[in-house]
Structures are given as C-alpha cells and as structure tokens.
Design a protein around this ligand. Structure first.
Ligand code: ADP
Ligand code: GLC
Length: 475
C-alpha cells in the first residue's frame, strides 16, 4: 500500500513533542513491512534541511484568499530516514526556525494544506491512504472531498485522521473563511463546531476513520474532549484507539550514542550507575540517593504547574531522601518557580530550562524514576522510553499512561501509579519510590529487567494501522 502521512512535525527533521517522534517512526516500520510510506511536512529552517540534499519534485501556485502564493515540494535524496520525506516550501510563510508559535500560524498551516492537496491532485497515480495528524493537517480530508479544485481527483481516497491531542483544535474564526479555497457551500456545516471553523472537529466528521493514540484516550474523549464529547460519541463507530509505539532503534540503551555507558537488562545496574554518576556530577546531585526526573513541556496538561510545590513538599516530607532533576520549557511562571526551588534546595533539586535532546537521553538512562503527573496524556512516549531504559515510571492513571504502566502493587507490576494530579498524591508516590529504592532492592532489580523486556516497539501497532487501512482501502 502507498500511504501519505501529513504532519507538522517529523523527527529528526523538526520535533516539538511526541507527534514528531510518532511521525518519524511509524512510516519507517511501514516501509520495513513492505509498504510505500511517505511523509509530507512544511519546510522549516532546520539544521536537517541544511545538512541534507534535496531534489525538486513539484512546483505550483495556489491562492490563500485573494493572495496568490507559489510553493515547491522537495524530496530528500538519500531516503536515509527509511521512508520518502517531502517538504513543502512556501516562501515567507513556512520557512521559519520554529514549528509553531507565530501570529500567522493559521495562514501558514492553511497554505500548507492547500499546497499538499494541490500537489496530490497533480500526481499521475493516487496513493491508497492519506493519513493526517492533528489539527495542522485536519482540513485535508474536507478539502479532498469538497474543495472544488481537488475533489474530482481526490474525493475517493480514504483518509485516516489521528488525534494526538484534542486540547488543541486549531480554531479559525468564520471571518477568515475567505482564506479557504472554494468548496461546496452545502457542506459548510462540516467545518463548523460551536460557530467556529474547527479543523479538529472537521476531520473527525470528514475522515474515513479516526484514531487516537491510545485506547483509554479514545474512551476519555467521549466524556472530556474540550467541547467535542458529543461528536466523539456520534462518530464512535468509525473511531479506534491504537497505542503508539516507540522507535526501538533510536531509543535503545544498548546502542544509544547519546549516553555515557550502553547497557542491556543484564548490565542495567552498572550501566545506569555510570550514566547517573555523569548526570549527578553535572547537576550537583547526590548519586547515592534515588534520582527522580521530569522531562516535558511545562504546561497545565502535564501538571507542570504543581511540579515546583510537589518537589518542594517531597524534599521536606521525605527529608531530602531523593534528588530531583527537571528538563523542560513552557509556561514562564512555572519556569521561574522551578528556578526558585532549585535555588532554595541546592544539592537536592536541579533544572535545565530549555529543550535538549541529548540530555533527555542521558536522563532516561541515568535516572531511577521518571515522574509524569499529567492531567491529560493521550499516549505519552516518555514512560515507554523510561521502561526501555530500566527507569521506573511514576504516572497518574490517565490515557496512555494507564495503558502502558502497571503499579508494582499488582501482579507483575513494574511502575508507580497514582490517581490525582495533586501535591499529596505526588508526595506519596515519591515516598513509595524511596521505599522501593532503599528497602525493596530485589523487587526493584526484578522490575528493572522486566520492564526493559516489554516490547513497546511499533511492530504491533503498525500492524493495527495496516489492518485499519486494509479495511477502508477499497471501500
Ligand atoms: P508531548 O508530545 O505531549 O509533549 P510525549 O510524551 O508524547 O509528550 O513526547 C514528548 C517527547 O518530547 C519525548 O520524546 C520527550 O523526550 C521530548 N521532550 C519533551 N520536552 C523535552 C525537552 N525539554 N528536551 C528534550 N526533549 C524533550
Ligand atoms: C501528543 C500527546 C502525547 C502523545 C503524542 C504522540 O503530543 O500529548 O501524549 O504521546 O502526541 O502521539
């Protein structure tokens, strides 16, 4: 089958979070399984762009409202990612350093989606499946079906839409309707949700199939979906939750070139000790104490707002028996509060405010526990990376965290789970972590090697996507 993934992110080209990891890995597994998997994404000004060779495959012109724009599609020449990578270049709109965060993001991603549809409609043959990810690619199923310029050629192609995060829906005021290419006006209701053009809702209505990135998240969205609960219930028949996998080549403690000492489940004790020594040495933390880390965006969904208080409280209540290291960026109030805790609890707490891929690998390898108190977690990849590196995940029971982590109090459990994103629940879990580390050493060692052998690679989930594609291919 030929599958086209459309996304705003793809690792290692451009990544802001887990979306990039998923779109950088799933197509690779699909290619390995004999499919033709292609990824098309915006051409940002990233290091990857300048370090690789490109060939021009298409040039075109389209309108964004009254404004004509030219676009080019370039292809990475060597296929080094294991799938075909295409970038859409739109001068002045997409070629920026960051992926998101600009005032004209609406215009940028609209133009991107229009260009993708235009390009696809010019192909000699047609792909079997167009697979769109999150709201930046969410208008494509609508445009393919009802956009006058595209529907004649593209309306028959089945589309899959994956919701990685329903908190962000890409809302566009109806006053910007003129930016959309001409479409069948009888279908305006497909665009609308609560008197706003809602790309996420539109994709849920228009795509042939809808997926979420874990089964539990699919369930949760029927009751809490930032306003889309009724829609998720209505479209339940065509929706399914498929758990993300991890790229087992990139996230492999035996081969990872970004860590100090490689290890497998037999050498986990020594391997982690060496990585922890490096980490603790660098951040001034005591390597004999359990090291608890947090890696992620400092936003409300991840419960980062309670992190400073939870860490402070844990250090006091447990008398400094554990060390904490936080890697992340986001809300500046949280960033400042974390810096304050670091300042006041020197030797117990440290932080790295910013994005640092290399440090994240060393932290998965060197930490003893990884904390994820998320309020919302559609899947979460960090906990799966932690499992692979023998780092015990401490997670709130929600979404994908619920689907991937079993509490050590249960039969063959290997993680720590708690119910509420609150300071008391986190503090209590920190106590359990300290107890496990200090007093239940045999169990702790067993858990580490057990979790390292759990297969969270994409093999099984890529198969599930294939079955989904097969079921709609000739529909
Ligand atoms: P989300 O996509 O919601 O942010 P995920 O758990 O799916 O959460 O994926 C987060 C990804 O981003 C992981 O690969 C994690 O290691 C990475 N990451 C998040 N914040 C940082 C950071 N500050 N530095 C390096 N990597 C980060
Ligand atoms: C989103 C979600 C995260 C998920 C990732 C990849 O960013 O917040 O939970 O793991 O997408 O699907």
């Amino acid at each position: 089958m030929e599958i086209i993934h459309v996304s705003a992110e793809c690792y290692p080209v451009a990544k802001a979070g887990g979306l990039g990891d998923v779109v950088g890995a799933l197509p690779k597994y699909q290619s390995d399984n004999g499919h033709i998997a292609k990824v098309v994404m915006p051409m940002y000004r990233t290091k990857f762009l300048y370090n690789h060779q490109w060939e021009l495959v298409h040039e075109g012109e389209q309108l964004l409202g009254q404004q004509p724009f030219r676009y080019a599609v370039i292809r990475e020449k060597t296929n080094e990612l294991g799938f075909d990578l295409y970038l859409v270049d739109i001068n002045g709109l997409l070629d920026r350093e960051k992926v998101y965060g600009y005032d004209d993001d609406t215009e940028r991603f609209l133009a991107f989606q229009i260009a993708v549809c235009d390009w696809l409609s010019k192909w000699q043959h047609l792909p079997d499946i167009v697979h769109c990810h999150d709201h930046h690619a969410a208008l494509i199923p609508f445009l393919m079906k009802y956009g006058y310029a595209f529907s004649a050629r593209l309306a028959g192609i089945p589309t899959v839409f994956t919701i990685h995060n329903a908190q962000y829906q890409g809302w566009i005021g109806w006053d910007k309707q003129h930016l959309l290419p001409a479409f069948d006006n009888w279908k305006w209701g497909m665009l609308d949700w609560d008197n706003t053009i809602n790309p996420l809702a539109c994709a849920i209505k228009c795509a042939t199939r809808v997926t979420t990135v874990s089964p539990s998240y699919m369930e949760e969205l029927r009751y809490a979906a930032n306003g889309l609960e009724n829609l998720m219930q209505y479209e339940a028949g065509k929706s399914v939750g498929i758990l993300n996998g991890i790229d087992a080549d990139v996230w492999d403690p035996q081969k990872d070139g970004l860590i100090v000492k490689n290890y497998d489940d037999h050498l986990v004790k020594e391997g982690k000790r060496r990585n922890k020594k490096e980490l603790c040495g660098h951040f001034g933390l005591d390597e004999d104490k359990p090291l608890i880390v947090f890696i992620g965006r400092l936003v409300g969904e991840k419960a980062a707002d309670i992190l400073p208080e939870a860490i402070r409280n844990s250090v006091y209540q447990h008398r400094g028996a554990a060390s904490f290291l936080v890697l992340g960026s986001g809300d500046s109030v949280v960033e400042n509060q974390l810096e304050e805790v670091k300042h006041n609890m020197h030797g117990y707490v440290n932080t790295y405010i910013g994005y640092n891929e290399t440090l994240s690998h060393l932290m998965y390898a060197g930490a003893d526990f990884l904390l994820m108190p998320s309020r919302v977690e559609p899947c979460g990849l960090n906990q799966m990376y932690a499992l692979r590196y023998g780092t015990v995940p401490m997670v709130r029971s929600t979404g994908g965290l619920k689907d991937t982590v079993k509490d050590f109090g249960e039969w063959q459990g290997y993680g720590i789970r708690f119910n509420h994103a609150t300071v008391p629940d986190i503090t209590h879990s920190v106590g359990r972590a300290i107890d496990l580390y200090s007093n239940k050493r045999d169990l702790y060692n067993w858990m580490r090697s057990y979790m390292m052998n759990i297969d969270h690679s994409w093999d099984a989930s890529a198969e599930e996507y294939t079955r989904l594609y097969e079921s709609i291919k000739n529909s």
